[in-house]
Design a protein around this ligand. Structure first.
Ligand code: CP
Length: 303
């Protein structure tokens, strides 16, 4: 059975194939008839054990554009609340003849764990602070679209690296494609192992912005935070928030990214988030084509 459990488990050639397939689907979904019949015989269950707006809707739309049958499950409104386990929940859903599972879960490694117990393909839609592979793929795809290629580009990931599955998956994806990667943020929000991944740490935001071609601004994840670790929100914004003034003082125009949801006025001001320099909504738009590609390529191994 084939899965997408993390960028850690795939190769640069896999990413290249996903992007070429996504290029095709991006062209398809810009046509008046946006649907293709490719996955007519495939049933996909979207299992969300944690909240989501973008990822959940993007996967559902990608699956429907491919003509798959789609069922949606939200843990908050399910028998998980009565104590049913993850494996029992998934096996009950699979017994209804489901071929593929897209899962978001608060526990790191939930997808890897599940892959040892079920026979369906699994796509990780975010597992705790571990990985969010399709987010990293759509992020790199969006850099490629804006700058022509990812190889050789300087990318800084700014903010709460410690709690971020987006950061880890982006680091794996960017390094695989030959980008130079730095992380920037308060020392308390940068994990000690990060340099072992071939990533430099820069504590000074201005220096990081002067160096980079692309800045990927992350949300401070208060919901995963031990509050004693954290500088105050005001301190964080003063030292690590990106605003128009700092961007205009640089000698080049850098690309601004954000995976969403945005804390406007904390890690990024509205005048930056809504500017032409930001590709935040392009990232969301590209997410549908990239997820179509991932699902299509996995499903072609099931059929
Ligand atoms: N980027 C992202 O994962 O957003 P959601 O949590 O809304 O899915």
């Amino acid at each position: 059975v084939n899965h997408l459990l993390g960028i850690k488990y795939i190769t640069a050639a896999d990413i290249d194939l996903i992007f070429k397939t996504a290029d095709h689907f991006k062209e398809v979904i810009n046509r008046p008839i946006k649907k293709v019949p490719s996955l007519r015989d495939i049933t996909i269950a979207n299992l969300f054990f944690e909240n989501s707006t973008r990822t959940k809707l993007s996967f559902e739309l990608a699956e429907k554009r491919l003509s798959a049958d789609v069922i949606n499950f939200s843990a908050a409104a399910s028998s998980v609340k009565k104590g049913e386990t993850l494996i029992d929940t998934v096996n009950n859903i699979l017994s209804m003849k489901v071929d593929m599972v897209v899962m978001r879960h608060p526990n790191p490694g939930a997808g890897v764990f599940l892959s040892k117990h079920i026979k369906a393909s699994i796509v990780n839609a975010g597992d705790g602070a571990h990985e969010h592979p399709t987010q990293a793929l759509l992020d790199s795809y969006s850099i490629r679209e804006r700058l022509g290629e990812v190889a050789g580009k300087n990318v800084v990931i700014v903010g709460d690296i410690l709690h971020s599955r987006v950061a880890l998956s982006n680091i794996y994806a960017l390094k695989l494609q030959g980008a130079n990667v730095k992380v920037c943020g308060p020392k308390t929000l940068i994990p000690k192992y990060i340099e072992s991944l071939g990533v430099e740490v820069e504590l000074d935001l201005r220096k990081a912005l002067e160096w980079c071609d692309v800045a990927n601004m992350l949300r401070v994840q208060n919901e995963r935070m031990d509050i004693s670790y954290f500088p105050s929100t005001r301190e964080y914004t003063q030292q690590y928030g990106v605003n128009k003034e700092i961007l205009e003082s640089l000698d080049k125009e850098i690309v601004i990214m954000h995976p969403g949801p945005i804390n406007r006025g904390v890690e990024i001001t509205s005048d930056v988030a809504d500017s032409g320099q930001a590709i935040i909504l392009d990232q969301v738009q590209n997410g549908v084509a990239v997820r179509m590609a991932v699902i299509y390529l996995l499903a072609s191994k099931i059929q």
